[in-house]
Design a protein around this ligand. Structure first.
Ligand code: HEM
Length: 213
């Protein structure tokens, strides 16, 4: 990889890692402020669905915060045990928050179109992560890496959703119009971009997603 493309890959990685950390921390605001005050849109779940709500909003940020560490090449090489433990944490947190996210999808007040987008995202999130974990157990590491990248592209939907939501609000688009579309837009392009990358990065081709940290 040339110095310029290595620099570009590192900038992209660190931008994604910092935005994932910021969204993860911001998502835990309910701990200080309470759900009703800080996440009014999902507060209706407190009535009969509080366990699933807390399982999702309390655990999903852990997956998001752990994800970037798993793609740090030097860290992975120098601390393989740490990589395995963080990986288990990532998988377990997705198992819990993914099942809860699937259940929350059926309780969204944003309509069937949004519910379907979130539900498919949840199923794909659980499936890609489970497949990636299974390949790690079988020590099939190129396949493990490819499926973890697919899982990460879906985890990153938490960031893209908030970026699109913020942008649409800034552009004055009606929330009722924007939100159901964003329930799909937050992950479909991520999947597409990752599949293009995985095609480009097949053995013998350039490796772009990883940091040297
Ligand atoms: C990628 C799979 C994910 C799925 C399928 C999913 C699904 C959902 C659903 C259905 C809701 C309720 C939305 C509504 O009622 O309209 C929700 C809310 C929420 N999710 Fe996720 N989610 C995912 C990933 C994440 C991640 C990685 C985070 C970590 C930050 C996260 C944090 C939250 C938070 C904090 C809320 C409360 C809404 C708010 O931010 O105000 N989710 N999610």
């Amino acid at each position: 990889m040339s110095m310029v493309s290595r620099f570009a890959a590192n900038v992209a990685f660190w931008t994604a890692a910092v935005s994932a950390a910021l969204v993860a921390v911001a998502s835990l605001r309910f701990l200080a402020l309470g759900v009703s005050a800080s996440m009014e849109f999902v507060a209706h779940n407190l009535d009969r669905n509080a366990l699933m709500l807390y399982a999702h909003i309390g655990v999903a940020p852990i997956a998001l915060a752990l994800m970037p560490f798993q793609f740090m090449t030097r860290l992975r090489a120098s601390r393989p045990k740490l990589h395995r433990w963080l990986g288990r944490g990532y998988v377990v947190s997705i198992l819990i928050s993914g099942i809860a996210g699937l259940q929350l999808a059926f309780h969204t007040t944003a309509g069937t179109f949004a519910a379907t987008g979130f539900a498919i995202l949840a199923v794909l999130w659980l499936a890609t992560t489970g497949i990636a974990f299974a390949f790690a157990l079988r020590r099939q590491f190129p396949r493990h890496r490819a499926w973890m990248l697919r899982s990460a592209a879906l985890t990153f939907a938490a960031v893209t959703l908030r970026v699109y939501l913020g942008s649409s609000m800034a552009a004055g688009v009606d929330f009722e119009v924007a939100y159901p579309l964003i329930a799909w837009l937050c992950w479909v392009p991520n999947v597409f971009v990752m599949e293009v990358y995985l095609q480009m990065a097949r053995p013998g081709k350039t490796r772009l997603i990883s940091a040297t940290a």
